[in-house]
Design a protein around this ligand. Structure first.
Ligand SMILES: Cc1cc2nc3c(=O)[nH]c(=O)nc-3n(C[C@H](O)[C@H](O)[C@H](O)COP(=O)(O)O)c2cc1C
Ligand code: SF4
Ligand code: SF4
Length: 283
């Protein structure tokens, strides 16, 4: 039985989970979502179809949602999703399930794996220690072992998310908050294009890594300096921020959020090189 896993990854966590699952399930193809975003139509021929992605702003990344909407899934007999996240609750699976229902399908199983966050703009964010990274590696192995059994046996596993950190104890308030965040992310990514958001400071050496890893091709090196082009959308993957070898990429302060990137380290992206992140763009 063939399996296809569609993945999106800005710092390698989701890529690592997707690869680990691929190793455990025979005849599994890994397909980067970014490589198919510019196509009008995308079609799977697999019987088992999975989506692996990070949580952005308590929901699924805008490009992942866009992709699942256009994916033709008539061959699929079993569909699952895995979210990697820093630790909050999210509405990603409900959104995917609703999209699939319109195609006469649904998510059979879904799983949230709490890993380490790649979002150093937050005041509470701490650069992970070697021990924390090792611990995350073990957590992923254990979770993927369990997921493999469920997926290979086509079992239904739709657990309530009891581990994720929520904003409130009131489920209705959480639901409303997720909705507002989801709309805000959509507005930022789709309408504003996340412009005027990043800059490179004086530590930049013009190495071009940010341009290489940029999943949406928003960054162009002009005169050895990165330029975030206003007419290209950003996917909020933070690859530019985390892969810059000089920690020169910064997020500007906004009226709605103070950025702490100047004083923080960066996520060490232990599972994927810059080349492996960049490869997602290849057709
Ligand atoms: C812009 C952005 C927003 C994020 N928002 C959340 C969030 O709301 N909740 C959460 O648990 N993790 C959040 N994270 C952390 C990521 O979901 C987590 O680190 C994920 O494993 C990254 O996967 P990747 O390396 O495959 O991109 C966010 C990360 C980024 C870059
Ligand atoms: S990755 Fe960093 S150092 Fe290299 S060009 Fe981009 S901002 Fe400059
Ligand atoms: S500009 Fe940065 S955050 Fe936006 S898509 Fe490119 S690498 Fe990702």
């Amino acid at each position: 039985m063939s399996t296809e896993i569609y993945y999106f990854s800005g710092a390698g966590n989701s890529l690592h989970v997707a690869r680990e699952l691929q190793k455990r399930i025979p005849e599994t193809r890994l397909i980067p979502i970014v490589s198919l975003l510019s196509k009008d139509i995308a079609k799977t021929n697999a019987e088992t179809v999975g989506f692996v992605f990070p949580i952005h702003g308590m929901t699924l990344p805008v490009p992942v949602k866009k992709f699942i909407k256009k994916l033709e899934v008539s061959s699929a007999k079993y569909l699952f999703a895995i979210a990697t996240r820093g630790g909050t609750i999210h509405n990603g699976f409900t959104i995917i399930d609703n999209i699939l229902k319109k195609k006469g399908k649904g998510l059979d199983s879904y799983f949230s794996i709490t890993v380490l966050s790649n979002d150093p703009k937050l005041e509470a964010w701490k650069c992970p220690t070697k021990e924390e990274v090792e611990e995350m590696g073990i957590t992923i192995q254990t979770r993927v072992d369990g997921i493999q059994n469920i997926v290979q046996n086509n079992e239904v596993s739709r657990e309530n998310d009891l581990d994720g950190v929520s904003i409130s104890h009131n489920p209705f308030l959480n639901f409303m908050f997720e909705k507002i965040i989801h709309l805000a992310m959509k507005y930022l990514v789709e309408i504003k294009g996340v412009n005027n958001y990043f800059y490179a400071d004086e530590k930049c050496i013009g190495c071009g890594t940010c341009e290489k890893v940029c999943l949406s091709k928003k960054i162009k090196l002009v005169g050895k300096k990165p330029v975030w082009q206003n007419n290209v959308k950003c996917y909020f993957c933070y690859a530019c921020l985390n892969y810059c070898p000089r920690k020169a990429v910064q997020i500007k302060d906004k009226w709605y959020m103070k950025s702490h990137t100047q004083t923080k380290g960066r996520y060490p992206h232990p599972f994927a090189t810059a080349d492996e992140i960049a490869k997602q763009k290849m057709k």
